[in-house]
Design a protein around this ligand. Structure first.
Ligand SMILES: Nc1ncnc2c1ncn2[C@@H]1O[C@H](COP(=O)(O)OP(=O)(O)OP(=O)(O)O)[C@@H](O)[C@H]1O
Length: 616
């Protein structure tokens, strides 16, 4: 299945089928009723696609598939206890108990681990082996809520199922990251979760694994369900704020669910809807979507949410802030989705302002709060530099940085540079200026067509244009290997946006550099910026400290229009005395902390009132 619109355009046949089937049909025609079927062989006897995978990634294939993952699905997580929701009955047989004619045709599933032919060889395979996850070992972890399940140290300790375990090995994930160690066992017991962990620390897998595993174990994947013509009934919904992030989550989820019988489909705005409708008609277990496109599909009565058992919001604070909240409420509360307590809800982000935590509680039932590192902090893997640069000097200063980078002999293709600007016009003009000055650049922002956006991202990822000028549309979630330097040419108004922007580097245990151009127009950001840098053990320039001291009197407002009040929210908002005085009874106590993670303080801290509109 083509992952993106531009890919689908490139790969579309001149007539007839589309998507996975058309991809497969290049070699052999597969009649529609046999497409997307599960494989003939079991995990121990991989079908032909798995054999070709082994050939492609020679040396990377995990040794001995029966090893640590042997044992299959003996006991299932208690989420299958979901009461009601129209999902009772059916299934019963474990999804890797593959046999019978039902399996035929499954080997046609496109191998998501194969290079799509676009990326250059050095970028073809994500380099997850040898990642220094020790960098995260000392990180403080806080959990709160009733009866928190204990964390695990290895994937082998968790019963995710054979097929998923094999895919984890194919991804070369040797051990779980801290957020995965805590979040996966919590989710597998069926609990709702609000999880905060630093950028690039593996949150996508932390919510994907339990969902895929739960669907596999329920035996209720789309391949086993009777299909309703023209109406799709996903079991899981993953919402994300940008099209590119939805595309990326879809690509990741397809890898994790390869040969599991779990079908993942993506729907996002800016791409032709008919293609997505056809994909949905073929059956869907996990729907990854941007809110705007999903509302469209719901209004057309082409998707029903009545079977949803899992709801995940990636970048949950963004999804619940003023830009997206109405759409999210519509999808989650005003359509046919089962209520909290019936469905399982998982909220993930690197930042989680307390105001938004309070709002998010509407979507959750008896949830566990998990914070890996301080909420809203940035990883120490990113070296942060703040430079005072007048507006009029920014371009020449940028040029100096880029020339120095070149002079240092850093191979451009191995050191991508992401430059954030405030406006779409500013992005276009800076891209043009860089190109005429001998620095191949491209840009991504909301005024470009979706095809242009996808093309720009691919050109950047491949190293063809090693500089990407971007607005905040690229600030969250995007996992681009080899981004060595993030430059905040224009600083954002919101400290959380800064955290997400710089988080495009220093991912998965790697180090990175983030440079920001600061001047008087950013005064309201001085205090939160200085605090953030201090928390992440960065050197804070003396002039910034002085700015911070001056501007902290002025206060400032956050996105929701409330006054800022000091440092970032560091923990579960249910622990606030004001919350408990309100007489609500959602927080059942039972908090566990380690590594002295015990700071409190309100979220906020001087930033402007600008409200970015929904990006979809
Ligand atoms: N257990 C693991 N072992 C090795 N690599 C991993 C593991 N889990 C995730 N990764 C890799 O780490 C990188 C970052 O993961 P991911 O994109 O999920 O981060 P994130 O926490 O969602 O970041 P952000 O906050 O920016 O959205 C990805 O390239 C992913 O493949």
């Amino acid at each position: 299945m083509p992952a993106t619109w531009s890919e689908s355009v490139e790969k579309a046949p001149t007539g007839g089928g589309v998507g996975a089937a058309s991809h497969a049909s290049r070699t052999t025609y597969v009649p529609p009723h046999l497409r997307n079927r599960p494989p003939l062989a079991s995990a121990d006897h991989p079908p032909s696609a798995a054999v070709s995978y082994a050939g492609t990634l020679a040396g990377n294939e995990p040794q001995g598939k029966g090893g640590p993952v042997a044992g299959g699905f003996q006991s299932y997580g208690s989420r299958n206890d979901i009461n009601g929701g129209g999902l009772s009955g059916g299934g019963g047989s474990a999804s890797n108990n593959r046999n019978g004619g039902w399996d035929r045709g499954r080997e046609r599933e496109a191998n998501p681990f194969q290079n799509d032919g676009v990326a250059e060889p050095e970028f073809a395979v994500q380099e997850n082996s040898g990642i220094n996850f020790d960098a995260y070992e000392d990180i403080p972890v806080e959990t709160s809520g009733k009866d928190v399940p204990p964390p695990v140290n290895t994937f082998a300790e968790i019963d995710l199922g054979d097929a998923l375990n094999i895919n984890i090995k194919r991804c070369k994930y040797v051990k779980p990251t801290p957020v995965q160690r805590h979040a996966i066992p919590i989710s597998l017991t069926g609990r709702d979760l609000m999880a905060c962990a630093q950028t690039g620390s593996g949150k996508t897998a932390a919510f994907c694994f339990p969902i895929i595993s739960g669907i596999m174990k329920s035996g209720q994947s789309a391949q086993r369900q009777p299909r309703m013509p023209r109406m799709a009934f996903p079991l899981a919904l993953i919402l994300s704020p940008t099209r590119e992030l939805s595309i990326q989550i879809h690509e990741e989820a397809r890898k994790f669910s390869y040969q599991t019988c779990v079908k993942v489909v993506v729907a996002y705005g800016g791409a032709p809807i008919n293609q997505q409708l056809r994909e949905l008609e073929r059956g869907v277990d996990i729907l990854v979507a941007t809110p705007g496109r999903l509302v469209d599909l719901l209004e057309r009565a082409r998707v029903s949410l009545q079977n949803i058992r899992y709801l995940a919001l990636d970048e949950a604070d963004r999804m619940l802030d003023m830009g997206f909240e109405p759409q999210i409420r519509r999808i989650v509360q005003q359509m046919d989705m089962p209520p909290p307590g019936v469905r399982q809800t998982l909220l993930f982000s690197a930042t989680f302002p307390k105001e938004i935590q309070r709002l998010a509680a509407d979507f959750l039932s008896n949830y566990i709060f998990l914070a890996v590192g301080r909420v809203g902090s940035s990883t120490e893997l990113i070296l942060q530099r703040i430079e005072y640069v007048l507006e009029t000097d920014k371009r020449s200063h940028l040029m100096d940085l880029l020339h120095a980078q070149r002079a240092n002999g850093v191979q451009a293709k191995q050191a991508l540079t992401l430059v954030f600007v405030e406006t779409k016009k500013g992005a276009d003009s800076l891209e043009h200026w860089l190109c005429i000055n001998g620095f191949p650049a491209t840009s991504i922002h909301g005024d470009r067509t979706q095809q242009e956006r996808e093309y720009a991202l691919r050109s950047f990822k491949s190293g063809k244009t090693p500089i990407l000028v971007a607005t905040d549309v690229a600030a969250r979630g995007l996992d681009i290997p080899h981004v060595a330097h993030v430059i905040n040419f224009d600083l954002p108004n919101d400290i959380d946006d800064y955290v997400h922007r710089i988080g495009r580097t220093g991912r998965a245990g790697k180090t990175g550099l983030a440079t920001a151009f600061f001047n008087d127009s950013n005064a309201s950001l001085a205090k939160p910026l200085a605090d953030l840098m201090q928390e992440s053990n960065q050197e804070v320039p003396a002039w910034l400290t002085r700015f911070a001291a001056r501007s902290s009197f002025g206060g400032g407002r956050n996105r929701r229009g409330q006054s800022g009040g000091g440092r970032f929210g560091g923990r579960d908002f249910r622990k606030d005395s004001s919350y408990n005085r309100g007489g609500m009874d959602m927080y059942g106590g039972g908090s566990s902390m380690n590594n002295g993670y015990n700071q409190s303080g309100g979220y906020g801290g001087g930033y402007g009132s600008a409200v970015t509109s929904a990006w979809d």
